[in-house]
Design a protein around this ligand. Structure first.
Ligand code: ADP
Ligand code: MG
Length: 330
């Protein structure tokens, strides 16, 4: 047999070797949620064992020799991979449970550190800015005496005021005048809420773009348009989704943002501004419903295939020392 053909045959044989059957845990508060159900289906369709665990019912024994996780009286063992679907309201406890899985050498789809950093809007904005990613001009202050200066810095009213830990559009306010901006900022500061102040990207016209990233690729994208008269495009606020074609710049910005945050799977939200794409936020538990419907793609399956691939190379983004060192030894 000619050498080339021989090599081609080996290559094809290697490609057709079926991936290992994995035992996958999905951390989710509700097994009936669309995204959770789809991930369960996709994992089972590829022959894996999968179990949905309510993250708030996981409890832990934190010892260096034999870290363990318990669930309703049962000792959880033998998981190969874990898919965190941790809601914003349970970030603190949820990332602690995920960290425990990491200590037990279970491959995390997204790592706990990456989820924590993405949940803080200010921290993520600073990280993205440091790497030159396009962002709306953003300011942050503590003292009410600095409000006027802060408003001037972002270009004056109209401007957007955001709670650092808000989600689904709640906690995002458009202040149309200087006076409105000043009183809303004062009110938030009076309540000791952490906020940031942002240039209003008017030209986005109530729409944003959700890029769904898996690994180093944008696998689907959709445009979300806010309800009439609403500047927030969140589907939870009545926005509607449609398919969109990304520019090469938007595509590469999304991939870079995901990489900077250290997230394998995420939803990168951006606005089309006069000065190119500007990032809104990077979501570490992006919903599958809107994007699967808009793109008609099986994103859940892509996520499971990604886990299969990464599980084989055992590669993590933040290079968890315990995870990489002890993997495979027990
Ligand atoms: P949340 O985490 O609550 O979704 P976002 O920061 O993503 O908060 O803001 C919600 C929505 O509000 C965005 O998707 C976008 O449509 C709109 N929005 C937020 N910031 C701006 C801005 N600076 N300029 C224009 N629109 C904005
Ligand atoms: Mg958002």
């Amino acid at each position: 047999m000619p050498v080339v053909l021989f090599h081609a045959k080996i290559y094809l044989n290697l490609r057709s070797v079926k991936s290992k059957i994995m035992k996958i845990a999905i951390l989710s508060r509700n097994s009936k949620l669309y995204s959770t159900t789809r991930l369960v289906e996709a994992a089972q369709a590829r022959g894996h064992q999968v179990r949905v665990l309510d993250v708030l019912r996981c409890y832990m024994n934190i010892t260096s020799h034999n870290p363990s996780i318990h669930y309703r009286g049962e000792d959880l063992t033998g998981f190969d991979a874990v898919i965190p679907r941790i809601g914003a309201s349970v970030t603190f406890y949820g990332t602690a449970v995920l960290r425990q899985f990491e200590m037990m050498n279970v491959f995390p789809l997204n790592e706990s550190v990456a989820i924590s950093r993405s949940r803080d809007k200010l921290r993520s904005t600073q990280l993205l800015a440091r790497k030159g990613i396009g962002l709306p001009v953003t300011g942050f202050a503590h003292n009410p005496d600095d409000i006027t200066d802060l408003i001037d810095q972002v270009g004056g009213a109209p401007l957007v005021i955001k709670l650092l830990q808000g989600t689904q559009g709640i906690g995002v306010v458009l202040a149309e005048t200087h006076n409105a901006a000043e009183s809303v900022i004062q009110a938030f500061m009076g309540l000791n809420a952490n906020i940031m102040v942002q240039e209003f990207i008017k030209e986005a016209d109530g729409s944003d773009i959700r890029c769904f990233v898996v690994g180093d690729k944008v696998v689907a994208a959709m445009k979300r348009q806010g309800a009439k008269g609403e500047f927030r495009s969140n589907l939870h606020r009545g926005g509607t989704a449609s398919l969109i074609r990304l520019t090469p710049e938007e595509r590469s910005t999304a991939v870079r943002a995901a990489r900077i945050m250290g997230l394998n799977v995420c939803g990168v939200d951006m606005l089309r501004s006069n000065h190119g794409p500007v990032i809104m936020e990077v979501n570490s538990s992006p919903g599958l419903k809107g994007i699967e419907a808009a793109s008609e793609k099986n994103i859940a399956d892509m996520i499971i295939q990604f886990i299969e691939k990464r599980f084989e190379t055992m590669e993590t983004k933040d290079k968890l020392p315990t995870w990489t060192r002890t993997r495979g030894k027990g």
